[in-house]
Design a protein around this ligand. Structure first.
Ligand SMILES: NC(=O)c1ccc[n+]([C@@H]2O[C@H](COP(=O)([O-])OP(=O)(O)OC[C@H]3O[C@@H](n4cnc5c(N)ncnc54)[C@H](OP(=O)(O)O)[C@@H]3O)[C@@H](O)[C@H]2O)c1
Length: 332
């Protein structure tokens, strides 16, 4: 029988369903996400937060000292799934997190030269993208991604809410007919360079004016501050390469997920593109965990040296811990 997830898979790309055990772990993660946003009973009431707070079936637990953690009893695919996503949950209800993701070829491209990107990575990473959307308050993309792909940016392949959609289009070059401006599937913000004559709305999207720097680029720290002010604290920068690179260069990414596919594009749209470093010692060499996503490898990189309050760590995740066993997702 066709399942809810596979029914909504992109044409020609059957995305694997969560197994029943993974589905239970995913429910626990969604519970924890709601809790951390203050939408669940212990925080909504005046009652002090229980410590430890246990989520669904005791699959994950939170303590003030260590944040969210995987109990030792969790094994195999469930443990791997929790280890991958638990660091994306805020340690404290008001904590912020900004995560970037790119799916790239072995030679570092995210699309062909003419902008074709469906699909660089395989079905397991496409499902992963939908998981990242479901865990985020807002998903952000650059104008070129909306121009090339006309994406919906909704959560369709796993259970979870649609995040607010934030489109960075400083010069207002995107036509109003794009799906994100028309379908009403989620609140949508069109981010434009502050200036005269901006409309209040573009289709169903609210227009948000953001100041620009001397080089004409949007001041991303101002944008992030405004999103936080609106209660959008967990931001997911989904692409493309220019947009993720600008967040990284501005020091605004806490984590970066790079999914590397066994594919050689040759020449195309670059993934990361940063100002040149004169010496290797000056280059960013983030601490990484590596997961297998079907045929792709996912590098989960900590791109801020001191995450502090940002993002809880998977307290039981150990480097070199080979929880292999699931063909879709496993630790390397
Ligand atoms: N494989 C993947 O993971 C993945 C993910 C997403 C998209 N894609 C593909 O990647 C391609 C698009 O990526 P891309 O790197 O070319 O472009 P992009 O990042 O989608 O969009 C870049 C544009 O967004 C605007 N923008 C972003 N940040 C800005 C800032 N700080 N200040 C001012 N403007 C800003 C600018 O618009 P203006 O040019 O108007 O100034 C900029 O040119 C498409 O082919 C898409 O299919 C692949």
């Amino acid at each position: 029988m066709e399942s809810a997830a596979s029914r909504q898979s992109p044409p020609g790309l059957p995305v694997p369903d969560l197994t029943p055990a993974e589905d239970q772990a995913w429910s626990a993660l969604l519970f924890a996400r709601r809790w951390s946003r203050g939408a669940t009973a212990p925080l909504a009431s005046a009652t002090p937060v229980p410590d430890p707070l246990m989520a669904t079936e005791g699959l994950i637990a939170r303590s003030e000292a260590t944040g969210w953690g995987v109990p030792p009893a969790a094994t195999g695919e469930v443990r791997t799934l929790l280890e991958l996503y638990l660091p994306l949950l805020p340690r404290q209800p008001m904590a912020t997190l900004t995560l970037g993701h790119l799916g790239q070829s072995l030679d570092g491209y995210i699309a062909t030269a003419r902008g074709e990107s469906c699909y660089v990575t395989g079905p397991a990473n496409i499902r992963h993208l939908h998981c990242l959307r479901a865990l985020a308050d807002a998903v952000l993309v650059g104008a070129e991604t909306v121009a090339a792909d006309d994406p919906r940016l909704t959560t369709r392949l796993v259970p979870g809410d649609n995040p607010t959609r934030v489109i960075l289009d400083p010069r207002r070059r995107l036509p109003v007919a794009r799906q994100v401006f028309q379908d009403g599937a989620a609140p949508t913000l069109l981010v434009c360079a502050a200036g005269e004559g901006l409309p209040h709305r573009w289709g169903q999207a609210e227009v948000l004016a953001v100041p620009t720097a001397e080089d004409g680029r949007l001041r991303l720290e101002a944008l992030v501050g405004e999103l936080h002010r609106r209660g959008l604290r967990h931001l997911f920068v989904e692409g493309g390469g220019l947009t993720v690179s600008r967040f990284l260069a501005a020091g605004l990414l806490d984590r970066l997920h790079l999914a590397v596919a066994p594919l050689v594009i040759g020449e195309g749209r670059r993934g990361l593109s940063l100002p040149a470093s004169p010496a290797l010692g000056d280059c960013l060499r983030p601490s990484c965990r590596v997961f297998r996503l079907g045929a792709d490898l996912l590098f989960d990189c900590e791109t801020r040296p001191d995450p502090g309050e940002v993002g809880a760590r998977a307290v039981t995740a150990q480097r070199g811990d080979n929880a292999v066993g699931a063909p879709v997702l496993s630790r390397v």
